[in-house]
Ligand binder design. Structure first.
Ligand code: HEM
Length: 124
């Protein structure tokens, strides 16, 4: 079970790396890297899967992460995924899916991801 948990953790981190990296490389262009939505989905599946595997296998029986922290991260992650979907739809209108995305949507994705990394790392 630990192997499955680690595999999901890998998915979780690569997913958020795609979201943050995709945002950063798109800073100087009007669009948003198309992989951001898929990165957010992969990270969500990884995170929820980690909680499921850890709870079901008793990995966290002697104290796992604070569930309030997980709830905060889940809420933000769902908002990020919805915004990334909206951005994908907006971008699809331009040539080859790289059309302009509303700056508010784009920067909210980057800012919320950064805030969530702070929550993930500093809240025990
Ligand atoms: C934007 C959203 C998210 C970001 C940026 C994020 C980032 C991170 C980071 C950086 C860690 C490592 C923390 C450490 O080891 O100190 C982590 C761990 C973890 N994340 Fe996420 N995460 C997000 C959303 C979620 C969601 C939605 C879930 C599940 C519903 C989740 C479940 C977990 C679990 C179970 C761990 C390992 C245990 C822990 O250290 O809390 N994460 N996440």
């Amino acid at each position: 079970m630990e192997f499955v948990y680690n595999l999901l953790a890998f998915l979780h981190f690569v997913g958020w790396a795609i979201v943050l990296g995709g945002y950063l490389v798109s800073l100087r262009s009007p669009g948003l890297y198309r992989g951001v939505f898929h990165g957010a989905l992969a990270a969500l599946v990884g995170g929820v899967g980690m909680v499921g595997v850890a709870e079901a296998s008793g990995m966290w029986d002697d104290g796992g992460p604070d569930m309030a922290k997980i709830a905060v991260k889940l809420t933000f992650a769902l908002v990020i995924a919805v915004l990334a979907f909206v951005a994908k739809r907006q971008g699809a209108k331009g040539d080859n899916g790289t059309g302009a995305v509303a700056p508010g949507v784009k920067h909210a994705i980057g800012a919320l991801t950064l805030v969530n990394i702070v929550v993930a790392v500093f809240w025990n």
